[in-house]
Design a protein around this ligand. Structure first.
Ligand code: ADP
Ligand code: MG
Length: 214
């Protein structure tokens, strides 16, 4: 039996991955929400879960510290996916990458006039590519959180952020004005592990694929 390590982040990714792992017969023995342990055993002796920051999951899997992991498309696009297989779109943690501006800011007109736009975001690579494809000139300002604040205090004209219900935008008097892409979380697999631990990993991948409608 090969030892299998699965990298997951706490919160929605962990919660929404649990039923998929259960289909593969893997059940964690502790809830990471109420535990401070970062290595969580499962009902299967050879399988363990490691708890990582959402943005760190690709790094653990890329270097082989974890064989499998789950990461949002946003995280994968920002991080790059070298050394990673992405065999399954899990269709969990679904949201949209959007451009948002203060209510009343005439985004379309500003873009049409070819003005330079100051855009604050955590997702600089996704934002850079989006505006480059549209031929819009932007100054990108990298933030690590609370993007909604930036246009309210004059740091930026617009933000690029993940939106699901839109209630955070609304609470801050912002409106989504352009969709960049749909986002969902993907299974990521270390490429070397897929070869070396194929017999152990394939049944897990097949079981997960079986319960995800593609
Ligand atoms: P963190 O705050 O540590 O980034 P989250 O649980 O908020 O962790 O986000 C983890 C992943 O879930 C993101 O990378 C993204 O793919 C997805 N996500 C983020 N925000 C939302 C949302 N509002 N609705 C659905 N999925 C989201
Ligand atoms: Mg979050």
């Amino acid at each position: 039996m090969n030892r299998i390590t699965i990298a997951l982040s706490k919160g929605r990714i962990f919660d929404e991955t649990m039923p998929l792992l259960a289909a593969a017969g893997i059940v964690p023995s502790e809830d990471p929400q109420s535990s401070r342990r970062l290595i969580i055993p499962t009902n299967r002796d050879e399988v363990r879960i490691v708890i990582v920051r959402a943005t760190d999951a690709p790094t653990y899997v890329q270097y082989g510290a974890a064989d499998l992991g789950v990461a949002g498309k946003d995280v994968l696009l920002e991080h790059g996916s070298e050394g990673l297989y992405q065999p399954i779109d899990l269709r969990i943690a679904q949201c949209r990458m959007m451009v948002a501006v203060p209510a009343g800011f005439d985004y379309l007109n500003v873009v049409r006039q070819g003005a330079r736009l100051k855009v604050a975001t955590k997702y600089v690579n996704i934002a850079r590519e989006h505006f480059a494809n549209k031929g819009v000139h932007v100054d990108l300002i990298k933030l690590y959180g609370s993007m909604e604040l930036a246009p309210l205090v004059g740091l930026a004209d617009a933000i690029v952020d993940l939106v699901s219900t839109g209630s955070t935008l609304k609470a801050n008097n912002l409106v989504a004005c352009e969709q960049i892409m749909d986002i969902s979380a993907r299974l990521i697999v270390n490429q070397a592990a897929l070869k070396l631990k194929r017999e152990s990993l394939m049944p897990i991948l097949d079981a997960i694929a079986g319960v995800v409608e593609q």
